[in-house]
Design a protein around this ligand. Structure first.
Ligand SMILES: *[C@@H]1O[C@H](CO)[C@@H](O)[C@H](O)[C@H]1NC(C)=O
Ligand SMILES: *[C@@H]1O[C@H](CO)[C@@H](O)[C@H](O)[C@H]1NC(C)=O
Ligand SMILES: *[C@@H]1O[C@H](CO)[C@@H](O)[C@H](O)[C@H]1NC(C)=O
Ligand SMILES: *[C@@H]1O[C@H](CO)[C@@H](O)[C@H](O)[C@H]1NC(C)=O
Ligand SMILES: *[C@@H]1O[C@H](CO)[C@@H](O)[C@H](O)[C@H]1NC(C)=O
Ligand SMILES: *[C@@H]1O[C@H](CO)[C@@H](O)[C@H](O)[C@H]1NC(C)=O
Ligand SMILES: *[C@@H]1O[C@H](CO)[C@@H](O)[C@H](O)[C@H]1NC(C)=O
Ligand SMILES: *[C@@H]1O[C@H](CO)[C@@H](O)[C@H](O)[C@H]1NC(C)=O
Ligand SMILES: *[C@@H]1O[C@H](CO)[C@@H](O)[C@H](O)[C@H]1NC(C)=O
Length: 317
């Protein structure tokens, strides 16, 4: 038991030595919402994130806790890649056979962001995806780059469609540029499904993670594409600490520099101005916390030490 107590003491000293002046989140902060881990710099409780942009909310829906970034449900986030996966909302344009008119549907027709917020739409992992046999949709970044793009898909016949192929026939995928922090989407009145509703009543558009998409011909003839996840599909955001690149940020070691672990490195954001932190080669953990990166071989030992410390607490009490 003596050995265990000494171990606890040396751990406390180590922590005290490595803690710089910068604010560190309390250990009381919840780090889990439902099944999703919420690592710092993110946080769900007050004073638990690095800055306002990293604040998430943990909402209970149908008895299940789920994290949200604004209106977008968060599926996961990666500290090593600087990415966050959220559920984005599909928009649709459907022919109504009784009113004989087109109906545009969509709870959210885009993503609203600020240049100062951590998030950018991933140009590498997302595609503006359009499904339909006579569909033209516009995607626009009104306040950022001024980008305006089109998603266009046609087909003469249902028999022209091929499962797994999204290259313009019944399905199209368009890349977006870097540096986009918001976008809006709309459908063009020039193309509609009023003549082909018997095999294609609705067309769809959404900015989504390409890797999770596999075109099925049933997406044209049925509502299957929209039926899973409440009309939502995954989209990838690149996040970073904005406004400064590493060369400037790293100079402010006692101030705002976020890479607090001594075994961490600073990495310039690949999507717009800003930086992220990563553990140095051979280290694992959270580079945003003092002493957050630990030698890969020591991670297991540390886990055992924690268990022992907890056992010690019980014995002492
Ligand atoms: C958050 O931090 C501020 C400033 O340190 C403090 O005034 C406030 O009481 C804190 N809020 C909570 C909920 O801890
Ligand atoms: C961070 O480090 C991990 C492990 O060394 C590596 O796999 C990952 O690609 C790095 N991330 C970036 C953005 O360089
Ligand atoms: C068509 O429009 C009518 C009248 O607005 C509405 O009641 C009906 O639900 C619509 N049908 C579909 C399939 O959306
Ligand atoms: C773009 O910026 C203008 C003025 O700054 C603002 O009024 C408008 O709402 C913004 N639009 C979007 C889509 O963010
Ligand atoms: C549609 O497909 C059918 C059967 O596959 C074929 O007979 C017909 O000519 C096609 N129509 C057009 C416009 O290509
Ligand atoms: C896509 O789905 C088709 C069947 O619809 C399947 O044959 C193909 O392997 C799938 N491709 C990927 C990349 O999952
Ligand atoms: C569909 O598009 C055609 C051609 O642009 C147009 O003439 C027609 O009015 C549209 N129909 C509906 C229901 O919007
Ligand atoms: C897509 O799904 C959402 C959520 O279930 C629903 O509100 C919307 O009407 C659906 N749209 C279509 C075209 O089926
Ligand atoms: C360094 O950090 C301090 C304290 O947060 C801040 O006031 C100052 O503006 C920062 N300096 C630079 C060059 O960013």
């Amino acid at each position: 038991m003596q050995v265990f107590l000494q171990l606890g003491l040396s751990f406390a000293l180590l922590a005290a030595q490595c803690t710089p002046g910068a604010a560190v989140p309390s250990s009381q902060c919840r780090r889990q919402c439902g099944t999703v881990e919420i690592p710092y710099p993110f946080g769900i409780d007050p004073n638990c994130s690095l800055s306002e942009g990293f604040d998430l909310s943990c909402k209970v829906q149908d008895g299940i806790s789920k994290p949200f970034n604004g209106d977008f449900e968060v599926l996961s986030m990666s500290l090593t890649q600087g990415t966050m996966r959220v559920l984005n909302y599909i928009v649709a344009n459907c022919y109504n056979t009784s009113t004989r008119s087109m109906e545009f549907m969509g709870r959210y027709t885009g993503f609203v962001g600020q240049p100062s917020s951590p998030y950018r739409l991933s140009d590498v992992q997302n595609r503006f995806t359009v499904i339909g046999c006579n569909a033209l949709y516009l995607i626009a970044d009104k306040n950022g780059t001024g980008y305006q793009g089109l998603g266009f898909s046609t087909c003469r016949n249902f028999s022209d469609l091929v499962d797994g192929s999204c290259s313009g026939i019944g399905c199209s995928q368009t890349m977006i540029p870097k540096m986009m922090y918001n976008y809006g989407t709309d459908s063009s009145d020039l193309f509609n499904t009023s003549q082909i509703w018997e095999f294609n009543r609705c067309s769809y558009a959404v900015l989504m993670e390409a890797a999770t998409f596999n075109f099925s011909t049933t997406y044209v003839s049925t509502t299957k594409f929209n039926d899973t996840n409440d009309g939502r599909v995954s989209m990838v955001l690149d996040w970073a600490i904005r406004d400064q690149k590493c060369d400037v940020a790293a100079k402010n070691k006692t101030g705002t520099y976020a890479c607090l672990s001594s075994n961490s490195v600073c990495i310039d954001s690949v999507n717009d101005n800003g930086y992220m932190c990563n553990c140095s080669l051979g280290y694992k953990g959270n580079p945003y916390l003092p002493d957050g990166c630990q030698e890969t071989t020591r991670v297991l030992q540390a886990a055992f030490a924690t268990i022992r410390l907890e056992a010690t607490d019980v014995l002492v009490e």
